[in-house]
Structure formats: C-alpha cells, structure tokens
Ligand binder design. Structure first.
Ligand SMILES: Nc1ncnc2c1ncn2[C@@H]1O[C@H](COP(=O)(O)OP(=O)(O)OP(=O)(O)O)[C@@H](O)[C@H]1O
Length: 225
C-alpha cells in the first residue's frame, strides 16, 4: 500500500516560543518503492520519520497508509502504537538487540510480540535472514556479529511482520562506502519484493543509486531533488 504524508507539520515547544521542525510536508511513497530523504543536520528528517512512524503526532496534517488515515493530531498513543506494531517496520541507526538472543531469536521474538502464530515463524525468520545474506550467522548473538551483519539482522527483523511501510534511519552511517551501497541495494530490493513503501533517511547521497526517488529536506520543508 502507498504511504501518504499530507501537509504534515510538527511544531515543538521551545521555551517561550515554538520551533517548527516539519513545515507542511506532503509526500507519497508508492508501495514497493524506496524514497531517500536527504538534507543537512537539523533539517527535520528524523522529525518527519517520527511522524511517519506514529512516534510523534503531527501538529497538523495526516499520515495515510493506502486509504486509511493512521496518524493525525487527535490519534491516541494506543492507536498509534497498534498501527506501528501491525503495519510499520523500523530500522534505526544503531539497532538495539537483546544481547542474550541469537540473530534468529531476535526475529522470532519481534514477530511473537506482534502476535504472530509460532508455527511459521522460524521458517519465515530464516527466509528473511537468508534474504539479507546472514543466514549462516543465525545462531550468533549480536556481539558476535559485525556492524554490517547487525544492520542486516535489523533489516530482516523490521520486515518479519510483513509491514506495509518500512522506515529506515541512516542505515549506512556506520559502514564503509561499498557496504553502504550494498545495504541500500538490499533495502530497495526487499521493498520491491515485499511491496513495502520505504523511506530511507541518509546523509550520504553517494550510496543511493538504487533508490526510486530522492527528496531533499531543508529548513523543515521539502524540495524535490
Ligand atoms: N524533541 C524535540 N524537542 C524540541 N526540538 C526538537 C526535538 N527534536 C528535534 N528538535 C529540533 O527540530 C529540528 C529538526 O531536528 P531533526 O532531528 O528532525 O533534524 P534532522 O534533519 O534529522 O537532523 P540530523 O541529520 O542531525 O539527525 C532541529 O532544530 C532540532 O533541534
């Protein structure tokens, strides 16, 4: 399903006044495609991603997945949490894992928390670890994996619930250029094969050749690049 951000504005309180971190941003990300969100530090990229993820309610505007409005100023935290759990996969810059669980168990736990039935969990988790190229490391714990391998496990984990939307924050910042290109290619390929509408925040335009669209955020607003 397509992801639509419509006239999204996010205003933070800032002492006596306010700070507009996202200013009337509209963006459509078609299902199965990846849009890269670029822009200087402080431009509002993480704030926009937080609204798209339902972590922060927009001050104005709305987020839709397909035809359903999922996040708007009046959306309750409980409703936003449910949508995030059921329909959105997220990958953060420094993914958090439980140190005592193997790569495979990280995926199984995540799917279990989303209410998935245990029967097919192991197979699907192994398939995803295979798709991201780390199935040979399924029995390893996070500390036994490289940064790139951990990032791949995080991508697989974000997709285990078959989300409609995949949101990725700076996936390549800890990787060298070549591995950064590979991770972006992996994300765009998985977006295509799973149909997830994907937004990828990046500082590094040199790794983005495989994305479908690039947009630039400057001073809280969007410019098509
Ligand atoms: N929780 C918050 N409360 C108040 N202001 C905030 C908050 N989070 C971010 N800001 C401000 O909103 C603006 C946008 O920040 P944001 O983190 O979205 O930018 P960014 O483009 O993601 O930057 P970076 O690339 O450095 O991560 C900045 O001026 C920042 O100081």
């Amino acid at each position: 399903m397509d992801l639509h951000l419509e006239h999204v504005t996010l205003v933070y309180p800032d002492g006596e006044s306010t700070l507009t971190a996202v200013d009337d941003v509209s963006l459509t990300v078609p299902a199965g495609t990846t849009t890269a969100l670029l822009g200087p530090s402080g431009a509002g990229k993480s704030s926009l991603l937080a609204v798209a993820a339902g972590l922060t309610a927009p001050s104005r505007g709305q987020v839709r997945i397909g035809e359903s409005v999922v996040f708007e100023p009046t959306t309750s935290v409980a409703d936003a949490t449910r949508v995030r759990r059921d329909r959105i996969g997220m990958v953060f810059q420094a993914p958090q894992f439980l140190g005592s669980l193997t790569a495979l168990e990280q995926l199984e736990l995540h799917a279990h928390l989303r209410g998935e039935k245990p029967a097919s969990l192991r197979d699907r988790s192994l398939e995803l670890l295979d798709a991201v190229g780390v199935v040979d490391h399924a029995a390893k714990r996070p500390a036994q994996l490289s940064g790139g391998q951990r990032q791949r496990v995080a991508i697989a984990r974000a997709l285990v619930g078959e989300p409609d939307v995949l949101l990725v924050d700076e996936p390549t910042s800890a990787l060298d250029h070549e591995r950064g290109v590979q991770v972006v290619e992996l994300i765009t390929g998985l977006a295509r094969s799973t149909g997830a509408a994907t937004v990828l925040v990046s500082h590094d335009s040199s790794t983005l050749a495989s994305v479908d669209a690039t947009v630039q955020m400057v001073n809280a607003r969007l410019d098509s690049a």
